[in-house]
Design a protein around this ligand. Structure first.
Ligand SMILES: NC(=O)C1=CN([C@@H]2O[C@H](COP(=O)(O)OP(=O)(O)OC[C@H]3O[C@@H](n4cnc5c(N)ncnc54)[C@H](OP(=O)(O)O)[C@@H]3O)[C@@H](O)[C@H]2O)C=CC1
Ligand SMILES: O=C(O)[C@@H]1CCC=N1
Length: 261
C-alpha cells in the first residue's frame, strides 16, 4: 500500500514522520514530490522515503494521495493531476478551507475523497485530525484511510460546517500553545532559570494540565479553582492576566480568523 504526498512542507513532513514512527508503514512505500527538491531532499534521505519526479508520478504510484500544498496553489495542482486520479485511489486533502464539493469539482465526481485538517503534533503521533469523507469513500478503502489518519494521532469525524472552528482549535492551537510556553519560559529566564530549565518546567506543566482536562472529568474552570489557593500566588497572577486582556486577546484572535474566512 503506497501513500503519496504532493507537497512536502511542514505539515506533510509532520505526517510522514508520524507514519514512520507508528511502525505501521514501510518508509519506502511513502512516495513524495514537491516543488523545490532542495527543500525536502535531505528530509527524504534521512527518512528513507521514495522521491519521484512529478506530482503525476506520485498519483500513478500511490493508492492514497495526500494533497499537502497551500490553498493558493491547490487548484492548479489538482487540475494537473486530475486525469490520473481514478476511483480506486483515495485523495486525502489537508488543505485548510477547501470543501469536499470544491475538491470533487476540481477532480471528478466519482473520486473517493477524504477532507482532513490535521495538526503539527502528528510528527510525534500526538496529532488531532478532524475529517469528513465524501460518499464515494466507503468499505475497506475508508477503513484503510482512517487507519492511516489514526496512526499519527486521534481522529474526529465532523460535519463540514464545523470544520472552520475545529480546524482553528485543532490545527492552529499548537502555535498558540508554543507561544504560551515560550512566554512563560522567557519569564523563567528573566528570574534566573536557564532557557532549557524554564522551557521544560513550563512545557511539562502544560502537558500535565492538558492530560488533567482530558482525564479528570472536571471542566477547566473547576480545575483553575483547584490551583488557586486562598490568598495565594496563582489567584494574584490569574486576576492580573485577565485584567490585562488574556481572554480578550484569545477571543479576538479566533474571531479575526473566522472574520477572514
Ligand atoms: N502547518 C500546519 O500546522 C498545518 C497545515 N495545514 C495545511 O497544509 C497545507 C500545507 O501547509 P504547510 O505545510 O504549513 O505549508 P508549507 O509551505 O510548509 O508546504 C507547502 C508545500 O507545497 C509545496 N508546493 C508548492 N507548490 C507546489 C506544486 N505546484 N507542486 C508540488 N508541491 C508544491 C511547497 O514546495 P516548496 O517548499 O518547494 O515551495 C511546500 O513543500 C496547507 O494547505 C495548510 O492549510 C493543515 C493543518 C495544519
Ligand atoms: O495556518 C494555517 O493556515 C494552517 C491551517 C491550520 C494550521 N496551519
Amino acid at each position: 500500500m503506497n501513500i503519496g504526498f504532493i507537497g512536502v512542507g511542514n505539515m506533510a513532513k509532520a505526517i510522514i514522520e508520524g507514519l514512520i514512527k507508528s511502525n505501521s508503514f514501510n518508509s519506502k512505500n511513502i512516495i513524495v514530490h514537491s516543488r523545490n527538491k532542495k527543500s525536502y531532499e535531505q528530509f527524504a534521505k534521512r527518512n528513507n522515503i521514495t522521491v519521484v519526479d512529478s506530482n503525476i508520478e506520485v498519483v500513478k504510484k500511490s493508492e492514497f494521495i495526500f494533497i499537502a500544498v497551500t490553498p493558493s496553489v491547490v487548484k492548479n495542482v489538482l487540475l494537473e493531476i486530475r486525469e490520473h486520479l481514478v476511483p480506486n485511489k483515495v485523495l486525502i486533502s489537508i488543505v485548510s478551507g477547501l470543501k469536499l464539493d470544491r475538491l470533487e469539482e476540481l477532480t471528478d465526481y466519482n473520486q473517493p475523497i477524504l477532507r482532513t485538517l490535521p495538526n503539527i503534533n502528528s510528527s510525534i503521533n500526538e496529532g488531532l485530525t478532524v475529517y469528513k469523507s465524501n460518499d464515494n469513500l466507503s468499505g475497506k478503502m475508508k477503513e484503510n484511510s482512517l487507519n492511516i489518519l489514526s496512526s499519527f494521532g486521534d481522529i474526529i469525524e465532523l460535519p463540514e460546517d464545523k470544520f472552520e472552528i475545529s480546524g482553528i482549535l485543532g490545527g492552529c492551537t499548537p502555535a498558540y500553545a508554543y507561544l504560551f510556553i515560550d512566554s512563560l519560559s522567557r519569564m523563567g529566564v528573566k528570574y534566573g532559570l536557564n532557557k532549557n530549565q524554564a522551557t521544560k518546567i513550563a512545557a511539562k506543566a502544560i502537558l500535565g494540565s492538558s492530560k488533567m482536562v482530558l482525564e479528570s472529568n472536571k471542566n477547566p474552570y473547576s480545575l483553575i479553582d483547584d490551583v488557586c489557593s486562598p490568598g495565594g500566588d496563582t489567584i494574584k497572577g490569574l486576576l492580573s492576566m485577565e485584567e490585562n486582556g488574556f481572554k480578550k486577546s484569545i477571543n479576538n484572535g479566533i474571531d479575526s480568523i473566522i472574520k477572514d474566512k
